[in-house]
Design a protein around this ligand. Structure first.
Ligand SMILES: C[S@@+](CC[C@H](N)C(=O)[O-])C[C@H]1O[C@@H](n2cnc3c(N)ncnc32)[C@H](O)[C@@H]1O
Ligand code: SF4
Length: 378
């Protein structure tokens, strides 16, 4: 089992919070697609013929591409990789790119999962985040997607936005659950270095919401999602039974994947590689046969840290049998000893042979995870 991620790095407008690699231009489109197709063929052996069970178009904004362009990329993937018939194929769509004809053609191209970047249902938030769409457009996009017959529909929301209080956030959640969505990704706003918001924070022109408000909004998210029938299978991801994102779950379960396009990461169990984070440089390197990625072999400590970082955020938690098998008695003892403290605080619990965070532990998941990290010189 393996996955394929395709990074489409173009956006029409700069969202003030976003640190994902993107450029605000559609100029290099044709040259970019040619390079992406070449990379797909060049790297056809990366997954060693493993069966591909998930494909994910992310960005940036995949929906800036026409259906013909998306179709070309998918055909090239299918001709070079061993894609299984039941493959989960997801595309991220920005609400103002969505229309019934586009959705229908996505279906014709076997795309069976849609992730809509709603972010908030409140126009004031959308304006502040510098999103392209309005709340009315978001409603129309979601209705069109559901009416087009997509069964597996996810939306992205952001909470912890300055100016949004607990009641506003709860209304956003209630409104979201009034639709037939099967999945929700909800992220606390982070102020990333180099973004517009990051710079404003540094200058003191903006401040983060206070910790109590943050925690209250996170609690509402957990409670409301649960009452609406969603399972929190990862800190920021909630799915109805049978509708967890297989693609993302596989990342968290150490399944191999290949990332195509600028800034995309790949992982094969023992090494990680990442493509150049620059569209022009990427196109140029692919076309001239130069190296277009960097890579790193993962030593035991890095693999241990990556396993803890991803597994502890999920409902499956740290699998102690896996830890013993992969990291031997030393790794096992290290985990069990550290976990004792958090179990005593009620922040972790043991379920069968796994260690998982309790709701209280999820509140400070980043702190707990960083305490589990093994330092290189330990
Ligand atoms: C890279 S975006 C791509 C999706 C699509 N381009 C869009 O904007 O709708 C993936 C998601 O990450 C979330 N995100 C990105 N930066 C974030 C930040 N700084 N804080 C919180 N959420 C963020 C947003 O919810 C966004 O929809
Ligand atoms: S959030 Fe999405 S649309 Fe906005 S800049 Fe980031 S990738 Fe582009």
């Amino acid at each position: 089992m393996a996955g394929i991620y395709i990074h489409i790095p173009f956006c029409k407008k700069l969202c003030f919070y976003c640190d994902f690699y993107h450029i605000i231009s559609l100029k290099d489109n044709t040259a970019f697609i040619d390079a992406l197709l070449k990379e797909t063929s060049l790297r056809k052996d990366y997954l060693s013929s493993e069966e591909v069970s998930t494909i994910y178009f992310g960005g940036g904004t995949p929906s800036v591409f026409s259906i013909e362009e998306i179709g070309k990329i998918l055909d090239r993937i299918k001709n070079n990789f061993n894609v299984n018939d039941e493959c989960e194929i997801t595309i991220e769509l920005n609400p103002d790119d969505v229309n019934p004809a586009y959705l229908e053609s996505l279906k014709q191209h076997d795309i069976n999962r849609v992730s809509l970047g709603i972010q908030s249902w409140r126009d004031s938030d959308l304006k502040m985040l510098n999103r392209r769409h309005s709340s009315a457009q978001a409603v129309k996009a979601l209705e069109d997607t559901l009416n087009a017959g997509f069964k597996n529909v996810s939306i992205d929301l952001i909470y912890g936005i300055p100016g949004m209080d607990k009641k506003d956030w709860e209304s956003n959640l209630d409104f979201s659950f009034s639709f037939g969505i099967k999945h929700l990704s909800a992220y606390h706003l982070t102020f990333e270095k180099g973004t517009v918001f990051g710079k404003m924070l540094e200058k003191g022109d903006m401040s983060e919401i206070d910790e109590d408000d943050s925690n209250a909004q996170f609690n509402s998210l957990i409670e409301k999602a649960e009452s609406a029938g969603f399972i929190q299978y990862e800190i920021s991801n909630f799915g109805k039974p049978g509708y967890f994102s297989l693609h993302n779950s596989n990342y968290w379960k150490q399944v191999s994947y290949i990332g195509l396009g600028p800034s995309a990461h790949s992982f094969n169990g023992y090494s990680r590689q990442w493509n150049i984070r620059d569209v022009k440089g990427y196109i140029n390197a692919i076309n001239t046969g130069k190296e277009f990625f960097e890579s790193e072999e993962l030593d035991t400590k890095i693999r241990f840290n990556e396993y803890i970082m991803t597994s502890l955020r999920t409902m499956w938690g740290i699998d102690l049998e896996y830890v013993e098998k992969m990291f031997e008695k030393e790794g096992y003892d290290y985990v069990v000893n550290l976990a004792t403290k958090y179990r005593n605080y009620g922040m972790m619990k043991q379920e069968k042979n796994s260690l998982v965070l309790t709701n209280q532990g999820k509140m400070i998941s980043d702190n707990i995870i960083s305490e589990f990290m093994m330092l290189e010189d330990e």
